[in-house]
Ligand binder design. Structure first.
Ligand code: PEP
Ligand code: MN
Length: 269
């Protein structure tokens, strides 16, 4: 067992990479055009936040659904990042794309569907071993926390421990939400790992009106980071339209979350 996990289970204070900052990863589900992405980037930067997310390669359940713009999306992300002074985060779905994606963005996401794609995890660890670029590792929707932490080692053992774990909801019998958000993952990860924990509040919600209460809950639970999908025109989004916030809804939510974070002595970045 690694030293970090031992510290967690013996109840010693949390150290590691956690700070009094809560990092917001906001942006559209899919990068659809330069105009669309820049509009969100302008909003995110205007709020003083540091990161923008966007899907370039989309893991769609149905192969006939929009699959993402691929490398064109990465170019749009890179230029928006430079223009608005933002760091960029996108999902890598295929080991063959690791080098290419790594060359365009600041953070690489592993999606829920690749939770136990161990060769992809190793490749992402290897490609980021020198740069130490951030890897956001989502929990699979049927994965236990111990499986999650074990899989994390496939990334870190390649030489990059700059990993953020991301809870994004589980598949359960419940159908009122898209996925069941396991909010207890936040304190459990804090006990068992020194890595920061992000809560994706959009994918479990499935619909936008559930996003603000889940985000408030994530802060109260002690999360280190939150992921929120934002789209300038959600009704016409090419993926996940129902759950994406408009820029003005996002702005309102960020003001709200800043007040809640302050109660815990934290600030949003
Ligand atoms: C995403 O964040 O774009 C995504 C596809 O999420 P997940 O892997 O959690 O379904
Ligand atoms: Mn999405």
């Amino acid at each position: 067992m690694s030293e970090s996990k031992l510290k967690g289970v013996t109840g010693l204070p949390d150290l590691g990479t956690r700070t009094d900052e809560i990092t917001i990863f906001a942006g559209p589900c899919s990068v659809e055009s330069e105009e669309q992405f820049n509009e969100v980037a302008e909003c995110v930067a205007g709020l003083g936040l540091h990161w923008i997310r966007g899907g370039a390669f989309k893991p769609r359940t149905n192969p006939h659904s929009f699959q993402g713009l691929g490398e064109d999306a990465l170019k749009i992300m890179q230029s928006a990042g430079q223009r608005y002074g933002l760091k960029t985060l996108t999902e890598v779905m295929d080991s063959a794309h690791c080098e290419m994606v790594h060359s365009y963005v600041d953070g690489l996401q592993v999606g829920a569907r690749n939770f136990q794609n161990f060769s992809l995890l190793k490749n992402i660890g290897a490609v980021t071993a020198e740069s130490h670029k951030l890897v956001l590792f989502k929990r699979g929707f049927a994965g236990t926390i111990s499986e999650w932490l074990a899989a994390t080692d496939y990334i870190t053992m390649e030489g990059n421990d700059n990993v953020v774990l991301c809870e994004r909801g589980l598949r359960t019998f419940e159908t009122a939400t898209r996925f069941t958000l396991d909010i207890s993952a936040v304190p459990v990860i804090h006990k068992q790992s020194l890595l920061p924990i992000c809560v994706d509040v959009s994918h479990p919600a499935g619909v936008r009106d559930l996003v603000p209460p889940l985000a408030r809950t994530a802060i109260a639970a002690g999360c280190d980071s939150i992921m929120i999908e934002v789209h300038p025109d959600p009704q016409h989004a090419k993926s996940d339209g129902a759950q994406q916030l408009t820029p003005s809804q996002f702005e309102e939510l960020i003001h709200d979350l800043r007040e809640i974070a302050a109660v815990f002595g934290k600030r949003l970045v």
